[in-house]
Write a protein that binds this ligand. Sequence first.
Ligand code: AMP
Ligand code: ZN
Length: 460
Amino acid sequence: MTDLFLHNTLSRKKERFEPIEAARVRMYVCGPTVYDFAHIGNARPVVVFDTLYRLLKKLYPQVTYVRNITDVDDKIMARAKETGEPIESITTRTTKAFHDDMGALGALPPDIEPRATQYIRQMIELCELLIEKKHAYVAEGHVLFSVPSMPDYGKLSRRSRDELIAGARVDVAPYKKDPADFVLWKPSAEDQVGWDSPWGRGRPGWHIECSAMSKEHLGITFDIHGGGLDLIFPHHENEIAQSSCAHDGAPLSRYWVHNGFLTVNGEKMSKSLGNFFTVRELLAEAPGEALRLSLLNGHYRQPLDFTKDAMQKAKNTLDRWYGALRNARDVEAETLDPPHDFMLALLDDLNTPQAIAHIHEMVNELNKSTDAKERKRLKSEILSCGYYLGLLLQPIEDWFKWQPEGQGGLSDKEIEDHIAARLNARKTKNFAEADRIRDVLSDAGIVLEDSAGRTIWRRR
Ligand code: AMP
Ligand code: ZN
């Protein structure tokens, strides 16, 4: 096996990946703020880092993947105020929906999923450490990070000081010593969530949450930190500032990996622009694997324009792939490693479009091959490639039974009853009746295939 190469945002280069400990990889990915359903743009980092996680698990004996849940945030508080639903109920309900939706996209659960509200003590301790080291100061119930106290602040985003100030869109609050300073802790009013702290009752800023949770579970310096492009500034820049300054300059993460945006007509998909589809609504129209494939069809660092047409095309591709596997039912798959070319594509900064192209070739070969030994190898290899991409994970017959929500249509049982009746009609040589049943099924969108004395079916 050759080495893994990853594009590191810190150096803006593809670098050979070497973990700090030879046999263990530690990865942190910023997770969702739980106040609403995830949109398909939010799913992109989940699917990308799940694919990286699957690959790392193959390459290293131990991988610790931490992805947090931000369950304290002003957006959550605003939602609670607007709807009257208690915060706890919003965050619990949304976290569950997130798990269900990401599960449907074939994402493995991370090893550890810390919730911010469970780490308030650690966040306060980090603030205290930063104050002690003169990287932070207290003003009017706030704790603020002093940006001028860190000479190399901005090295991840490579912004000039003016850009930093403009980009941070920080209010030039009177209590800030420098306009670029950012909040580590802020006071809470009586009716707002808050925790007691040395600076009065308050709540953490967003950035400090990830610094505290990653330190707790992965230590001061770990291997990979991931998230979407929009997090580079200010979120990740500020995580670096907090964590490095609290630990005498030790880096927070050695590799910074960022996925590009999912776009709609070239614009970033986002809640604020209103140009989004939730994963939930898309799952009613296409199977989770089709959604996942449509996300992996582009290289993770490139922008990817999302359309329902692309989602349908991904579904058609999977129909072809599952169809080839189904036709190869004469041979049984065994556990095999994916072919070298396929692995090489993934090892090269997670080149999923190329990895997918290899699967296409293998599917074509499988469709053509008449040699049982070769068919067995191809079937096994296609399935193992699928595993690394989080695809082809369901029983083949289940894939063909999927139907869009609210379609009515015939149930699996009704279809199977019709097929049994058709078989009986044929046995008694009542071919007119058998054909009639086939037509009924066909009109209902069910395609029959007779082979080797069996009838199999799929939804069109
Ligand atoms: P948020 O809940 O907005 O903090 O986003 C959660 C994750 O989704 C972060 O890693 C974001 O960078 C990522 N994200 C949000 N919108 C998009 C998008 N349109 N395309 C790709 N990633 C996104
Ligand atoms: Zn974070």
